[in-house]
Design a protein around this ligand. Structure first.
Ligand code: HEC
Length: 145
């Protein structure tokens, strides 16, 4: 107890180390907040997709399809958004893990990286794709349960 008090006194007394402490607190908070605001598109891809599709976007032959040069990720964004929201075969669903903004960011990254020439997708595109997916899912979920 005494040492904790002494430490905060030190911080209060030395304004330099106090601001460093705040900077550290801020930096840690920003990285641990599940990338909600600060994550760059490439960080989102590396955290969520690269384990399978690789940071190069080239995937792993016979297991994880390449996204680099893939016509599917450069064409109509609809099927691509549905795939990533709902998952498919060996790929998990991301609808509960990533926000509209995060999905827009990571899908735009995939569509425009490694020489890909797809058009960007926006958070409102993702929101619309979610609605479509939910509407399509209703009859199926009645059967499933
Ligand atoms: C656990 C491994 C894994 C992770 C993580 C993963 N994927 Fe996949 N992904 C797959 C597999 C396997 C397929 C092929 C599914 C199939 O056979 O239909 C796939 C397919 C895809 C496709 C369809 C490609 C095509 O040409 O049909 C897209 C787009 C895609 N993934 C994007 C992503 C994005 C974006 C992320 C991150 C948000 C991601 N994936 C994370 C394993 C993964």
């Amino acid at each position: 107890m005494k040492s904790r008090y002494a430490m905060s006194q030190d911080f209060a007394g030395v304004s330099m180390s106090r601001s460093i402490a705040f900077a550290l607190l801020f930096a840690c908070g920003a990285t641990s907040a599940s990338a909600a605001f600060a994550a760059t598109p490439s960080a989102l891809f590396n955290d969520n997709c690269s384990a399978c599709h690789q940071t190069t976007g080239k995937g792993v032959k016979g297991a994880f399809p390449a996204l680099a040069g893939d016509p599917f990720v450069q064409g109509d964004p609809g099927p691509m958004m549905a795939t990533v929201l709902a998952g498919r075969a060996g790929m998990p669903s991301f609808k509960d893990d990533l926000s509209d903004l995060e999905l827009a960011s990571v899908l735009t990254y995939v569509r425009t990286s490694w020489g890909n020439k797809g058009k960007p997708v926006s958070a409102s595109d993702i929101a619309a794709a979610r609605k479509k997916l939910n509407a399509a899912k209703k009859p199926a979920s009645l059967q499933a349960h």
